[in-house]
Every structure is written in structure tokens, then in C-alpha cells.
Design a protein around this ligand. Structure first.
Ligand SMILES: Cc1cc2nc3c(=O)[nH]c(=O)nc-3n(C[C@H](O)[C@H](O)[C@H](O)COP(=O)(O)O)c2cc1C
Length: 153
């Protein structure tokens, strides 16, 4: 059984819904060899990263950067995970009002430092949630889980 971890920070619920859609996609009927865990960034720690085979990191853009909650998760886990998660497959989900590029660039820069390996194009969603947003996130979850199941990463 492979493991997928979805970590999110959300202040007003948008990123939470996107992260939930990622997890729902990863748990879809066509996937039976992947166990998916959905955690708020504040509740997640190094042990969760060390145990997983891939991670989806979902954050709003706040002031042109990652949210503080997601940054805190990455800061807290960096030293305990150093040298132990090199190349861990990851994908990004960013919720933004109208931009998202700053948060994505920051996440990619931090991921290069870990280093994590981006295995799927990110979802950057701007504005209120729609069915399309939820579908994109669900598809991302299914794709990552299928990749894990097939040993593609
Ligand atoms: C403090 C704060 C700063 C924000 N800064 C940005 C920003 O720089 N760029 C942007 O596109 N949206 C910005 N937004 C909008 C949020 O990214 C957007 O509403 C997002 O969907 C919120 O996600 P959440 O509900 O998961 O917290 C900001 C929102 C807040 C509360």
C-alpha cells in the first residue's frame, strides 16, 4: 500500500475545499493501492512527511507569498526531514484572489531546497470555487494516486 499525504492551510475555507477535492480524487474507486491522509498544516509534522510516498501541498496566496501556516509547516519539518525525503514526489495547489504566482514561486523554491520533486502541473485557482476548480483538484489527486499505484514516481 502506497501513501499519499495532502497538507493544506486555509483561512476562509477555499483551500480546504480544494484539498478535500484532491483527497477525494485520490480515493476514487479506480484507486485501490493508495491510502490518502488529509491534514491541516498546523496538525502535520515531520513524521507525516517521513511516512508518505508523495505529498500535495495546498496553500492560499497571502501577500504575494505562501500562507504563514504552510510556511510554518515547511519550516518545522525541514531539519527533521533533511536528507530523508530527497526527491519525494509533490504537487502544488494554490488558491488566490487574482494572482497566485508569488505563492507558487515560493513553494517551488522551498521544494527545490528540501529537495522535493514536482511530478504534476500545479492547480492555481483564482477567485471563488467552482465545479471546474474542484474537478481540476480531483483530477490531480487521482493522477498522483494512480502514479503512485503504478510505480511511476
Ligand atoms: C491576508 C490576505 C492576503 C492575500 N493576499 C493575496 C495575494 O497576494 N494575491 C492573491 O491573488 N490573493 C490574495 N488573497 C486572497 C486569497 O488568496 C484568496 O481569497 C484565497 O482563496 C483564500 O484561501 P483560503 O480561503 O483557503 O484562505 C489574500 C487574502 C488574505 C486574507
Amino acid at each position: 500500500m502506497k501513501r499519499l499525504l495532502v497538507v493544506y492551510h486555509s483561512q476562509t475555507g477555499t483551500t480546504e475545499r480544494l484539498a478535500l477535492a484532491v483527497a477525494t480524487g485520490a480515493r476514487s474507486a479506480e484507486i485501490d493501492g493508495v491510502e490518502t491522509t488529509l491534514l491541516r498544516a498546523v496538525d502535520a509534522g515531520p513524521g507525516d512527511l517521513l511516512r508518505t510516498d508523495a505529498v500535495v501541498l495546498a496553500s492560499p496566496e497571502n501577500f504575494g507569498y505562501l500562507s504563514g501556516g504552510m510556511k510554518d509547516f515547511l519550516d518545522r519539518t525541514y531539519y527533521p526531514c533533511a536528507g530523508r525525503v530527497d526527491g519525494l514526489p509533490y504537487a502544488a495547489v494554490i488558491a488566490a484572489g487574482n494572482d497566485g504566482t508569488g505563492a507558487l514561486a515560493a513553494l517551488r523554491r522551498i521544494a527545490r531546497g528540501y529537495p522535493l520533486r514536482e511530478v504534476r502541473e500545479p492547480v492555481v485557482w483564482r477567485g471563488p470555487i467552482t465545479d471546474v476548480a474542484l474537478r481540476h483538484c480531483s483530477e490531480l489527486g487521482t493522477a498522483i494516486a494512480a502514479g503512485l499505484e503504478l510505480g511511476m514516481f
